[in-house]
Design a protein around this ligand. Structure first.
Ligand SMILES: NC(=O)c1ccc[n+]([C@@H]2O[C@H](COP(=O)([O-])OP(=O)(O)OC[C@H]3O[C@@H](n4cnc5c(N)ncnc54)[C@H](O)[C@@H]3O)[C@@H](O)[C@H]2O)c1
Length: 297
């Protein structure tokens, strides 16, 4: 009895099957396909928090992998100089990829749904969503934490991630091509950073981990994969706010992982391209931890 074929790679034959086919037909010239699996050719993406930091770094990676268009969503009415330079850089890559900018607040559920619907209708598809917008507040003791500030952090870091994923997911269902939703959580969703009083941030990121698992279970039948990434300490505007103010923390945090340094934003390029692409088609409901080993100690 032969087993039913449940799925086939879009690039089939690959791997062993390609080897067997080549063995049975000497006219076939084998060629590597592994990087084809990472290709995002013709895909359309949105990235919240894409005006700088990890979001923009990830958006450029998607464009380099061939995405037709990556729409960066962020608060300012006009994008940063860094974003403009990135758009021009992408334009010159010669792979027809585009970086676009949309000013929006991830807390505005209906506004976000509408803007992303307009993008999907214009492009005729929606394939990838990276929810990277986030905020971090200064240390505040857990027993004194003010209600308003707690709500503000959860509104952006948790509700905002849900609204972003909804906005893209609704279009992925509409166009029926499946899709990949990537939520940027944090190792702070699983561990508590020693000596840091960040209860709102930590709680908001824990919620994102469970949100990714829950959405993955609801959306699997639509071929929409939902995963989270949990970065460790990476030097961006968010972390510069305390690392520049308290320089001793730079050495302290660098020494808290086995690699002995902070991460670079560009070290997110590989994982995000993998999760966005067909190289990860059996990965959903997972949290990918990228911390230089911080969580191992
Ligand atoms: N840098 C790190 O060490 C680190 C570690 C773990 C997780 N993260 C997470 O990575 C993500 C990106 O952080 P980053 O370090 O690049 O910080 P960042 O401050 O450089 O980028 C965050 C972006 O989110 C945008 N944003 C904030 N509120 C928004 C809103 N209401 N609507 C739309 N956009 C909004 C900001 O304008 C900013 O461009 C965040 O979710 C953060 O929590 C960062």
């Amino acid at each position: 009895m032969s087993r039913p074929v449940q799925s086939v790679s879009a690039l089939a034959p690959i791997g062993i099957n390609a080897a067997l086919e080549a063995a049975s037909d000497p006219s076939i010239t084998p060629r590597p396909k592994i990087f084809d699996e990472f290709s995002l050719a013709d895909r359309v993406a949105i990235v919240s928090g894409g005006n700088g930091g990890l979001g923009l770094e990830m958006a450029i990676a998607l464009c380099e992998a061939g995405a037709r268009a990556t729409y960066c969503i962020d608060l300012p009415a006009e994008p940063s100089a860094e974003w403009v330079a990135s758009r021009d850089f992408v334009q010159k890559l010669g792979n027809s990829s585009r970086l676009e900018y949309i000013s929006a607040d991830v807390r505005d559920q209906k506004g976000l749904w509408e803007r992303v619907e307009n993008v999907a209708d214009k492009e005729g598809r929606m394939d990838v969503c990276i929810a990277a917008a986030g905020i971090l507040k200064p240390h505040t003791h857990c027993l004194e934490y003010p209600a308003e500030q707690f709500k503000e952090v959860l509104d952006v870091n948790t509700s905002g991630v849900l609204f972003t994923a909804q906005a893209a997911g609704r279009q992925m269902v509409k166009f029926g091509n499946g899709g990949s939703i990537i939520m940027i959580a944090s190792m702070s969703g699983s561990i508590t950073n020693r000596d840091h009083a960040w209860i709102s941030y930590n709680s908001s990121k824990s919620a994102v981990l469970q949100m990714a698992r829950s959405m993955a279970c609801e959306l699997g039948s639509e071929r929409i994969r939902v995963n989270s990434i949990s970065p460790g300490h990476i030097y961006t505007n968010m972390t510069a706010a305390y690392l520049d103010k308290f320089p001793h923390l730079f050495d302290k945090l660098s020494g808290m992982n086995p690699l002995g340094r902070l991460g670079r934003p560009d070290e997110m390029r590989g994982v995000v391209t993998w999760l966005a692409s067909d190289a990860s088609t059996f990965c959903t409901g997972s949290d990918i931890i990228i911390t230089g080993g911080h969580h191992s100690w």
